[in-house]
Design a protein around this ligand. Sequence first.
Ligand code: SF4
Ligand code: SF4
Length: 481
Amino acid sequence: MEGGNNMMEQMMKMLQSGKVDLDTAIKNAMKNVDAVMMHYLENCLNCGGCAPACPFFAAGPEYSPVNKAEEVRKIYRKEMTIAGKILGRLVGAEKPKPEDMDRLMELAYACTNCGHCYYTCMVGIHSGKVVGLLKSILTSAGYVPTLLNMFEAVELHGMYKQIPGIMKIWNDALEEAQKKYGPIEFDKSFKGSTDKKPKVLFLAWISDAMMMRNGFIATIGILNKLKEAGLIDWTTWKVPEAFRAPISVVIGRSANAKKVLERVVKYIEAISPDYVLMMDGGYPYPVFRFEMYGVIKKTVGGKPKWKIVHLVEFLDDLMKEGKIGFEQADDPITWHDPCQLGRHSRVFEPPRDLLKAASSSYRDLPHNREMNFCCGGGGGIGCILREVRITMGQIVGMEIRIPPKEEEFERRVERNHLIAVRRKMEDVKKSGAKIVATACPACVETIARGVRHYGKEMGIEDVKVIHISEYLVDKLKVYTH
Ligand code: SF4
Ligand code: SF4
């Protein structure tokens, strides 16, 4: 226990070392206001049309997108506009004071960056991105939830490799997958070995094994079935280069996100596959595919030769080429669009094509695709709950304590999170589905939490929440012509 506490202190020191005062944090953040962000900050009509889209609005009007974004607009006006500098509060320009910080933390962590408000705003304002700017100010001024601070340190410095509890979860899942579905060729063709370069590199995260264990094992099962039939060869890393890269984007620390991304990209380059495949449809997918693609290009010195795909896209393409199919069952199953894979990356149809092929009783949720209800677990929110703190403490072998003031924050985050997921559960009930398939660990955990919390009251306690691979693996048919 003492060793664990030392490690925690060491982690916190590492992250606090980059802390700056609030004024500097604001000035640094304002340097990142580009033309798009300026549009978000300048052109809001204050019509409130975005409010019903937000999963947190049900927890109180203060959580409406426009209200959360207004906190950043106040700072922006004060720092960046002449009227704001001269007239201050008269024109809604104000910098936060120390007594505002708790409230700002609470508002910042009542946003999952789901993007639903963007799709409902008639002038195209993405309040989630504006809240992201608020998070980056808070983070660089040292206001970060303890658990997210820890997760970031663990990933950034590769500390998970030294934590036996974390590596055990990863190694046990790999062992079970191999017992069930045959051997894995790890690190194939790494650093110029004589192996043939694999077609697919499965970019699996520790979080896949930890939060979607069955889906992780099933994904390996799918890849091995494709390999046995001669359709692909594939590899993955024996020891991952990241926990869930890059965790730093969740708290708005882009310099650290870049460091982790570069490390992962160097590994990918050393393998040089045709496809880099993820089973995670949360933030890593759009970050690698779009948002930090510039960092990738810089790291490899041009456009990479490999393509980033999500598992559902890869399988859907194989199905359309007539190379795979599925034995069709008739389970009432639905698809929950992870906001990052769906709204942010517009991967809407591939998972539906696959599930329709695998079940004659597939149905959409009432709110789906662009208008899908966010579950309320993204943006790091699902990671800063008390139950996660206790579980992580058991995994790393130490009690994870938070300051008494943060306990109140934790309680409020938990309250808002549970209110946010309720709307999703109502949709699940209306759909009549008994299985909710999805692809993001935060969604899997949050919707499962929703079933535990509201299941009895809503009569949906028998609903199962799974990663899509779990449903597909046993039904997969590979055609060898
Ligand atoms: S962000 Fe868009 S929808 Fe929301 S209040 Fe402003 S203009 Fe209206
Ligand atoms: S991005 Fe989502 S969670 Fe954030 S303010 Fe908009 S609707 Fe709410």
